[in-house]
Design a protein around this ligand. Structure first.
Ligand code: NAD
Ligand code: GLY
Length: 381
């Protein structure tokens, strides 16, 4: 049984997030209701396509679509680039019969696939419809919802992009069974984030789920996991609907932990940490900086750290990246104004404030606190 979270955007752009185990077989049926033609192209990565592309393609054909083309690009954040995009434009251009503006793109994969395919859909032929079929926990709770699409540029994360909402989202929790456990843990960082910004009980859900490692085991609390996905999507849907283009400061709360997190990812060339791991480090940094700035009580820092630690995520800043290097990267963050970074800081669990300008001296003091308190345990090898 799928649960549905509605994203009530205006202008005919409202869509549903379908959440449930085994719903890939129903993608075609639901997509039929939103597609403008019977032509679809599945875009994915080899590790995902080998498990799930046929199921999605069969479901589309069963619903009356032409057999969809499947276009693949390599897995990894380092492929979230204009080079990949250029190759994907070429692959779409070469398809025969030629695709047209009514063709539907199906983004089958994690956040990298979703962001790249969303941007492909936003730009090719001046805009195609697309649906998101997230296959990582991170993509199910965050990146597949809300229409932020894009690619990385040089040292900048998601510097090139567009807002382009999907027509539907299908989060089949059964796909998480093939997800490496480290990716599952990385995704739980974004669930912890929702706990900090809105709903503290999500932190307990993450801790309850993470004790079991992979979701394959018979004792794994699936209901806890799917409940956490639904609640995370409800928060994201509400925030995105009220501040779709991030103009009021509300949507910015979704970036709790991302300011330093993005800098850590960039400073380590997007290779050492999973995005969620960098966000975990960034959430501890935000708590420390918030404490120095007089916004975050020490108890909240302890709670965030407990959540991160229990979810087997890293807390420590990388020893080989200096504070100078991190601070230099902050000026390039998309949320910076005149080169000055803006932070999301926690006043309590479930209550954050966005757009806070913090003096560089306080940022340095917060980073020093993090380095002193949290050492290398939990850092991925
Ligand atoms: P990812 O997309 O790189 O996926 C992780 C790895 O798991 C990849 O190797 C992928 O091929 C593999 N994989 C995915 N699903 C699988 C499955 N079910 N079984 C086996 N292997 C599978 O990483 P991610 O954590 O999903 O996404 C991170 C990206 O999301 C970052 O680029 C980040 O910037 C972006 N993001 C975007 C938003 C947004 O609002 N658009 C929000 C958060 C994060
Ligand atoms: N992941 C942040 C946002 O969607 O705004």
């Amino acid at each position: 049984m799928a649960e549905i979270v509605h994203v009530p955007l205006d202008g005919g752009r409202a869509y549903d997030i379908h959440i449930g185990a085994g719903l890939l077989t129903n993608v075609g049926e639901v997509v039929n209701g939103v597609a403008r033609s019977n032509r679809a192209v599945i875009v994915s990565q080899p590790p995902i396509a080998k498990h799930y592309a046929k199921t999605v393609a069969d479901s589309l054909v069963a619903a009356g679509f032409d057999a969809p083309d499947v276009v693949l690009f390599p897995a990894g954040e380092r492929y979230k680039t204009h080079r990949t995009l250029e190759k994907l434009y070429g692959a779409l251009y070469e398809l025969r019969p030629a695709i047209d503006r009514k063709t539907l793109l199906v983004a089958l994969g994690g956040g990298v696939v979703g962001d790249v395919v969303g941007f492909l859909a936003a730009t090719y032929l001046r805009g195609l419809d697309y649906v998101q079929v997230p296959t990582t926990l991170l993509a199910m709770v965050d990146s597949s919802v809300g229409g932020k699409t894009g690619i990385d540029y040089r040292a900048g994360k998601n510097l090139i992009g567009a807002f382009h909402q999907p027509r539907a989202v299908f989060a089949d929790t059964a796909t998480l069974r093939t997800l490496p456990v480290r990716e599952l843990q990385a995704g739980s960082a974004e669930v912890i984030k929702y706990g900090v910004i809105r709903l503290p009980r999500l932190i307990d859900d993450v801790i309850a789920s993470s004790e079991f490692g992979t979701i394959c085991g018979p004792r794994y609390p699936h209901a806890v996991l799917s409940g956490a996905i639904r609640r995370s999507c409800e928060i994201k849907a509400e925030v995105v609907t009220r501040d779709e283009y991030e103009t009021t400061g509300l949507r910015a709360i979704l970036n709790f932990g991302h300011t330093i997190g993005h800098a850590v990812e960039a400073a380590t060339n997007y290779r050492r940490y999973k995005h969620g791991e960098a966000v975990a480090i960034g959430m501890i940094a935000a708590a420390c900086i918030g404490e120095v700035a007089g916004v975050t009580p020490p108890q909240v820092r302890d709670d965030v750290r407990r959540a991160v630690f229990n979810a087997k995520l890293p807390s420590a800043l990388p020893d080989d990246v200096s504070d100078d290097a991190l601070i230099a990267l902050l000026g390039r963050d998309k949320k910076s104004e005149n080169g000055a970074p803006k932070f999301v800081l926690a006043r309590a669990l479930g209550d954050v404030v966005s757009g806070v300008a913090v003096e560089e001296s306080a940022i340095r003091e917060g980073l020093a606190m993090q380095r002193a308190k949290y050492t290398a345990e939990g850092v991925p090898s």
